[in-house]
Every structure is written in structure tokens, then in C-alpha cells.
Design a binder for this molecule. Structure first.
Ligand code: ZN
Length: 402
């Protein structure tokens, strides 16, 4: 399939200046040319008769990458849902994810292997959905964070964690997800409860790294995070209670931070999903310290990648959770181009996919979105989504609110 996107301005996090009066040629799911419209059109026409799509003066940028989501949410855990119920729900969420401009997701705890089935189905073109990188089930200690959910597996000790890591790799995990501390959603624990021992952490990172996979962790307290960094952790999720000295360590090592800042600032969401009062209090009670951690990480130059811990296209503030999360980064002091990087180049680098994802350049995969306005000036322009191409195919773009 050969398509030329015309009448657009190309922007991405690595481009020095917007490329106006541009066109982008995509062929068989790959960007074949980017440049001035006349040049690109003549190259493309030399190859055959491409489909021409007029973007009406919009800004064209890479598809967004959400690094912390669970497509099986919201989990009702009624006991009556079968694995098939989860899989069917995930299929619908996958479609809405791309329609909302998120063309790649990193899944960090999903049940029943439904994530692997979904990844296969998207790749095969059976289901419309984002490019999927998944951790399979998250590893927790006995009684650890999220132990009761179907998206986690309990392990203990060095042998137990090695086995659990290998079991995820056997299923096809692209990365490993750990819970190293308590969190918002566990009544029996605190956000600051440390849950893994260094030998257990080492067991996971050694096995994962031997197999060429990275490890990320749900993490609250600074001390547990510092310990995990020493044990080879590659990425920090949430970081509710990060302190300046641990943030400095992350900056020195280039450890990526996925703040999911929205989870400590979304009271209405918790009420809508029927969260208990103690959980809402705990989430909102962590908001001030969490926000300071985000501001500090920005000041220290820690690589920040966007994650929402809710569905990427979850309606929030008349747009999607992904866009709101990015607007929070801007409000916390992240420069517009770095905000765009948090949803494109930083995730692509962490996933080891910089050669294929993250910018609008020849040879990259044709995951592209168009918005009205320049997101390198104002990230709120992402609210005005008008076009989505995923893997070279045009997807009907849907805004949460007009
Ligand atoms: Zn999560």
C-alpha cells in the first residue's frame, strides 16, 4: 500500500524546526520519504499511483507511545469473568487506543496471556490495535502489591523469582514487570511498604538481562527504589516518594521514569470506577509528594516517558488520559519538545526501537498522527487529533471531546 500524506507540517522531538509544506510517503507500513511536497510526490509517483491524503494544514508527528497501561482495565474481579471476557474487552480497548492517537503501548501486567494473544492478533491484522510490548503477568512476592489480581504471579526467594521470570519469557514477554513495594490499591499494605529483597531483585534482573530483556518496577518509596537501582532495575513506575538523591542517581544512570502522575490527581476517575474511600484518600494524599518528585526529575534531566495506568484513551478532562498526563508534565516544567519526547523518542529508546519508532523519518514504521496546531509549542494541541495512521493503515481518528 502506497500513500502520500500532503498539506502538512512535520514535527518530532528531534527535528530542529517544523518542516512546513511537507509531504510524507508511506509504503507497506514504512515511511519511504519525508520532505517538500513536490519532491515527495514525484518520488512516490515514480513508484506507481499512490493514494493522496490531504491533511488540511495539520501538524504531522509520530504516533504516541504509552508506557504504562493495562488494556484489561477496568478489572471487575467479580469472579464471573472468564479469560475470554478479558480478551474480548481488551480487543475493544485496543481499537480505542489507536483511534485516540496512541499507536504503541507497553503493557505492564495483564491476565491469562490475553496480552500475548492480542499482540499476535494485531500483528496478523485480525484486530485493529496498537503495537504491543508486554510484560505478561507482573511478578510480586507472596501477598505483594496486586497479588489478588489475575495479572500478577506470586514468587519468593531467588529460585522462585528466577522461575517466575523465565515463565514470563517462555510466554513471550518483551520485558519483566515487578512490584517492589506497596501501592495505592492494596488495603493490607502502604505505598511505602518494601516488598522485595535484594537477592530476589538480582535474580530477576540477571535472568532478564541474560535474555536481553529489561526490567521495570512498580515502586513507591525512595529507599526501595535506590536498592532496586543498585540491583540493575531499568525503569521506575510511579515513584510516588522519590527523593532528590535517588532522582540524581536515576539521572546519572539514565534510568527512565514513568511517573503516571495522573493516578494521584484523578478523584473523579476513582469515584467513577467505584474505588473505596480509603483508596481515594491514599491516592490524593500522595499527590503533593508525587508532584514534587516529578518536578525534581524534570530539573535533574531524568528521561521521562508517558504512562497513565489507566486506558490510554480513557476520557479525562475532555480529552484522553494520555494527553492529560502529558499536560501535567508541561505544567510541572517540562519543555514542550521534551514533553513530546516523553511520548515518542524516550519510550522508543527504552523499548530498543529507536531505529523503527519515535520520529518521522525515512525508514521508520508508518505510525503517524496529525493534530491542529504545533505540539512542539503547546502540547495541548494533541487534544485536536484529526488523523491516525498505524502500521501504514489509516485508522479513524476519534477525539474524546470535539
Ligand atoms: Zn499499573
Amino acid at each position: 500500500m502506497s500513500t502520500v500524506l500532503v498539506n502538512c507540517t512535520v514535527v518530532d522531538a528531534e527535528r530542529d524546526a517544523p518542516l512546513a509544506d511537507a509531504a510524507v510517503w508511506t509504503r507497506d507500513g514504512v515511511i519511504a520519504a519525508v520532505g517538500r511536497a513536490d519532491d515527495v510526490l514525484s518520488i512516490a509517483r515514480g513508484d506507481g499511483e499512490p493514494k493522496i491524503v490531504d491533511l488540511g494544514g495539520a501538524h504531522l508527528l509520530p504516533g504516541l507511545i504509552n508506557m504504562h497501561t493495562h488494556l484489561s482495565d477496568p478489572s471487575r474481579e467479580t469472579g464471573r469473568e472468564t479469560p475470554v471476557d478479558f480478551a474480548v474487552r481488551m480487543t475493544g480497548h485496543a481499537r480505542r487506543t489507536v483511534e485516540g492517537g496512541v499507536t504503541t503501548v507497553r503493557l505492564v501486567a495483564e491476565p491469562y496471556g490475553a496480552d500475548f494473544a492480542l499482540r499476535r492478533a494485531v500483528r496478523a491484522g485480525e484486530v485493529v490495535g496498537p503495537r504491543i510490548f508486554t510484560a505478561g503477568r507482573a511478578l510480586v512476592c507472596t501477598g505483594g502489591h496486586g497479588f489478588a489480581g489475575a495479572g500478577t504471579v506470586e514468587a519468593d526467594g531467588v529460585d522462585g523469582f528466577r522461575q517466575a521470570t523465565r515463565a514470563q519469557l517462555r510466554e513471550g514477554a518483551d520485558l519483566i514487570k515487578l512490584m517492589i513495594s506497596g501501592g495505592i490499591a492494596g488495603e493490607h499494605e502502604g505505598i511505602d511498604t518494601p516488598q522485595l529483597k535484594p537477592d530476589e531483585l538480582h535474580a530477576v534482573t540477571e535472568v532478564a538481562h541474560d535474555w536481553g530483556r529489561k526490567v521495570t518496577a512498580h515502586a513507591g518509596p525512595a529507599r526501595a527504589i535506590a536498592e532496586a537501582l543498585d540491583c540493575g532495575l531499568d525503569c521506575v513506575e510511579h515513584g510516588y516518594q522519590l527523593t532528590d538523591d535517588v532522582i540524581q542517581t536515576m539521572a546519572d544512570r539514565g534510568t527512565t521514569f514513568v511517573p503516571t502522575i495522573i493516578v494521584t490527581r484523578c478523584e473523579q476517575y476513582y469515584r467513577d470506577v467505584g474505588a473505596p474511600e480509603w483508596m481515594i484518600e491514599r491516592a490524593l494524599g500522595a499527590a503533593a509528594v508525587h508532584w514534587r518528585a516529578l518536578e525534581s526529575a524534570i530539573r535533574h534531566g531524568v528521561p521521562i516517558a508517558v504512562g497513565t495506568d489507566m486506558l490510554p484513551a480513557e476520557p479525562q478532562d475532555d480529552t484522553t488520559a494520555t494527553v492529560v498526563e502529558l499536560e501535567h508534565y508541561a505544567a510541572a516544567g517540562l519543555a514542550p519538545r521534551r514533553v513530546l519526547a516523553a511520548a515518542t523518542t524516550v519510550p522508543a529508546a527504552w523499548l530498543g526501537e529507536s531505529a523503527r519508532l519515535g520520529t518521522v523519518a525515512e525508514g521508520k514504521l508508518a505510525d503517524l498522527i496529525a493534530v491542529d496546531g504545533d505540539p512542539t509549542q503547546d502540547i495541548a494541541t494533541l487534544r485536536r487529533l484529526r488523523f491516525v495512521m498505524a502500521d501504514g493503515k489509516i485508522v479513524h481518528a476519534k477525539r474524546v471531546a470535539a
